[in-house]
Write a protein that binds this ligand. Sequence first.
Ligand SMILES: [Zn+2]
Length: 173
Amino acid sequence: MKPHSEPLDSKQEPEAKLSPRTWCTRCGGQRLGTITDQYSLDVGFGAPLIVQVEVRGCEDCRRAIHAGAARKAAEMAALRLVAFSGNVNGGTLRFLRRTIGLQSKELASLLRLGPGTISRWENGVRKLDVNVWVVVACLALELADGDDSPRTSRILEAIRAGEAPLQSIVVRE
Ligand SMILES: [Zn+2]
């Protein structure tokens, strides 16, 4: 094995990498604090939903330090609002589906529907099945809560798999 003839790492700034940023990368300003980031989201309510997120950002140019995380927080808050709104229509279905990163053909496959059914519902061409909307809202809430294995999709996948039921189980108290 070849001996090390030079240091593996010549850079010696580990502390600089770990310290939180204290300036704005857009304007160079140093007045960082709590700012209000505002998002206008099309959630299917007819008019855009305005979501304000309080985040750490630049007080000079109003830019959030972690803009991606702020937008994500806005979307997750809107998702919870929409799921519990009871506002069943194609637009809210589309918002819920897109926010959890599900393609319409994937959702159709999970629900054992024809490939074009979801888009016909979302576009208002056909009347939406309320029960499907409830299933999608449950799925969205579970994913928003960080559930790695959402029970709603587990149930849907079990139905799709169509396996024979178990004959016995063991329960320990
Ligand atoms: Zn700035």
